[in-house]
Design a binder for this molecule. Structure first.
Ligand SMILES: Nc1ncnc2c1ncn2[C@@H]1O[C@H](COP(=O)(O)OP(=O)(O)OP(=O)(O)O)[C@@H](O)[C@H]1O
Ligand SMILES: [Mg+2]
Length: 456
């Protein structure tokens, strides 16, 4: 450390902008009073190379092949791209109280049950509190388990524990609490987070140690600290869920070793997180009779089709600017669909408040739900229910056409599996995907045809 060059620098705690003198307002992100003085070493951050000589790629590839660790939690394995790659560093982010520590503890419990040595470092809870939670989650503690706990925040000591214990897995809850003594800035500051994470990663790579870091998220919903933290790690997972719902969704934001569009679905219970293998069954509320304003769609999360109920409520507005509120669906897309409805279906919506809700607390990102959202709005406006057992999916274009979406075959199979009778889907230029038995499939070219077919 003493040999490394040190320099004094002012860093914006909001966006990581660097300046050699103090500034009242950050010229980059515009936040006031965000600069703090920090001393940093030139070695800070980067250079994670273990320092090996060049090797032939073919030799390296054979060594690394087929050695993913199955974590024992199927939904987590799916999100990681089929298991955890040994020596990888995973950052788990999420809002306070969403269940990050619970997920981590359950995962470590499984892994240690398989005979691996794990070390859990917590700067937020005492070992006694973690033990209490472990008891609630039913983690086996026979006295011989290789599950080690430490309530610690000093990076230097964490490094010492790792070299003394040589665990297979290290979990740090949370990276914002870790303090590196070499830096003068406070715990949780950008320099501290970056330096601590970089040193943990540097330590892990040559040892083949897998590291799980928990990261807090800011008000804006991004992991607190600079984006550089997300660049340093191999995988970034977000744990999310709506307040008041027991369902939690684990989403990949970045993955160096697998796809980034898979999700894992869990339910928070008293005994911890329960995996939901069939998400359609929970996102589809159980109702026998059809009601106006409710439409079932099949959305795709990664490679996984899910049946979801979209609800719309259209009511007379008493405001100069009528409300357009959506939960779980993009507000800009909703505005576009309202315009398409006015123009191509002749529905009068300028004096109506419109509320959209995706049942079960799911967030739909793909445009395949467009058709269902638009039909739910029209259905609510006219008070005419969509026939029961019907699902719709398709992207709606500005000219009112219904556009094809990916993986319609998988969507149809899921609809048939859950006993739906009929699916209205986009016209695919004469290409007919194999339709599952018992499911009537009708093609609709534009929103007008679709509304007429539904009797709206
Ligand atoms: N006995 C219980 N029964 C049911 N759910 C519980 C019970 N105890 C805790 N929970 C759930 O666990 C959640 C807290 O989980 P956890 O501590 O893992 O969250 P966290 O994301 O680590 O939070 P923080 O950011 O504060 O560390 C609570 O919000 C609650 O939903
Ligand atoms: Mg926690």
């Amino acid at each position: 450390m003493s040999k490394e060059k040190m320099k004094r620098i002012y860093i914006c705690q909001s966006c990581n902008y660097r300046s050699f003198k103090w500034l009242g307002r950050c010229p980059d992100c515009g936040v006031w009073n965000s600069f703090t003085e920090e001393i940093e070493t030139c070695a800070s951050g980067i250079s994670l190379n273990a320092g090996g000589c060049p090797e032939r790629m073919s030799e390296i590839a054979t060594r690394a092949e087929g050695c993913r660790i199955i974590t024992g939690i199927k939904e987590l394995d799916r999100v990681l791209g089929g298991g955890l790659v040994p020596g990888s560093v995973v950052l788990l982010g999420g809002e306070p109280g969403i269940g990050k520590s619970t997920l981590l503890l359950q995962f470590l419990g499984h892994i240690s049950g398989l005979g691996n040595k794990v070390l859990y470092i917590s700067g937020e809870e005492s070992p006694e509190q973690i033990r209490m939670r472990a008891e609630r989650l039913g983690i086996e503690m026979g006295g011989k388990e290789d599950f080690w706990l430490a309530g610690e925040v000093m990076l230097e000591r964490i490094e010492r524990y790792v070299s003394e214990l040589s665990p297979m897995f290290l979990a740090v809850d949370s990276i914002q609490t870790v303090i590196c003594e070499d830096l003068e800035s406070a715990a949780g500051s950008i320099s501290q987070i970056r330096e601590s994470a970089a040193r943990l990663i540097r330590m892990s790579k040559p040892r083949g140690l897998s590291v799980f870091l928990i990261g807090h998220v800011t008000k804006e919903g991004v992991i607190a600290g600079p984006r550089v933290l997300e660049h340093l790690v191999d995988t970034v997972l977000y744990f999310e869920g709506e307040r008041g719902h027991a369902f939690r969704i684990l989403r990949t934001v970045k993955n160096r070793y697998g796809p980034t569009h898979e999700i894992g679905v869990f339910e928070m219970t008293g005994a911890g997180l329960r995996e939901i293998v069939n998400p359609s069954e929970i996102f589809l509320t159980s109702r026998s009779e059809a009601v106006a304003g409710s439409v079932v769609t099949v959305c795709l999360e990664g490679t996984r089709p899910m049946l979801v109920e979209i609800q719309a409520l259209v009511s007379r507005s008493y405001l100069a600017n009528p409300r357009r509120t959506s939960t779980g669906f993009d507000a800009n897309r909703l505005a576009m669909l309202v315009a398409v409805g006015e123009r191509h279906l002749g529905t009068v919506l300028y004096d109506k408040d419109i509320f959209i809700n995706v049942a079960g607390g799911l967030r739909i990102i793909e445009p395949a739900a467009d058709l269902a959202v638009l039909m739910a709005i029209v259905s609510s406006l006219k008070g005419i229910p969509i026939p029961g057992g019907t699902a719709l999916f398709g992207e709606v274009g500005l000219t009112g056409e219904v556009r094809a979406v990916t993986m319609s075959g998988a969507r149809l199979n899921e609809a048939a599996r859950l006993g739906l009778k009929c699916c209205l889907i986009p016209w695919m230029g004469g290409k007919q995907s194999d339709t599952p038995k018992g499911l009537g499939v009708e093609f609709v070219r534009d929103v007008k045809v679709c509304a007429e077919r539904l009797g709206l």
